[in-house]
Design a binder for this molecule. Structure first.
Ligand SMILES: *Cc1c(COP(=O)(O)O)cnc(C)c1O
Length: 226
């Protein structure tokens, strides 16, 4: 990667815009989440300086060390948690993030609902679906998605904005994106958080409202700590 981060940002935004057009979707219907995990605050600051405001992190502790100062300097930053959440971190997560993409069990739904009430904050929430039904991967199995969303509303009092998935690495992503879109329709939610560096254009064509792009923007991450 020889270009600057701001050139890469422009290129990615162009690809998103062209994918929106190919899919016959309105310009600007997809939010690009710049995934800054493992990169230092300075790297995120460079992307902020290039005019971008939507960011994603996958760990509460890492985000807590990196983001409060940036949020103070740029109150319009929109910070998304895209990695797994433990219920003992719900308090910190609700205080720090503006959106959580990884609601994946009743215990987390309940903890997030409680903290939003306590802190008087309303985060955008996505339920993670394990579209590939992979044993090692978090998320609600597709067959339980509609019932879980119903419980989020009726038992936990949570307004869910949409669904999120991470397709299996060794499979074509299209069928997973199509499944996520179908489940969202069945559950009556509009948000679709899907698509990463390798497949975000496909995801846009399948209806993604949020794509999560890390390495294509920031560069390759060290292989550990993922
Ligand atoms: C790291 C990560 C991304 C970004 O991955 P890239 O392939 O680097 O774009 C997207 N979503 C989730 C959940 C991640 O953990």
């Amino acid at each position: 990667m020889s270009e600057t981060v701001s050139e890469r940002l422009t290129a990615i935004k162009g690809k998103v815009a062209r994918a929106e057009r190919r899919a016959g979707r309105p310009a600007g219907s997809v939010s690009l989440i710049a995934v800054s995990k493992t990169f230092p605050a300075e790297a995120a600051a460079e992307v902020i300086d290039a005019g971008h405001r939507i960011f994603g992190e996958n760990r509460v502790q890492e985000a807590k060390a990196k983001w409060p100062a940036l949020q103070e300097a740029h109150p319009d930053v929109d910070l998304h948690l895209i990695g797994p959440l433990q219920s003992n971190k719900a308090k910190e997560a609700v205080a720090l993030f503006d959106a959580i993409h990884t609601i994946d069990r009743d215990k987390i739904a309940k903890a997030v609902a409680t903290e939003m009430g306590r802190q008087g904050r309303a985060l955008k929430l996505f339920v993670q679906i394990n579209t590939g039904e992979e044993e090692q991967k978090a998320g609600i199995p597709p067959r339980d998605a509609v019932a879980f969303l119903e419980r989020c509303r009726s038992e936990h009092g949570l307004a869910i904005e949409g669904l999120m998935c991470i397709p299996p690495v060794d499979e074509a992503p299209g069928p997973h994106f199509a499944l996520l879109r179908k489940l969202a329709q069945e559950a009556g939610v509009g948000g679709l958080s899907m698509g990463m560096s390798s497949d975000f254009e496909t995801a846009v064509e399948f209806g993604a409202t949020h794509v999560r792009v890390g390495s294509a923007l920031f560069g390759e991450r060290p292989p550990i700590g993922e």
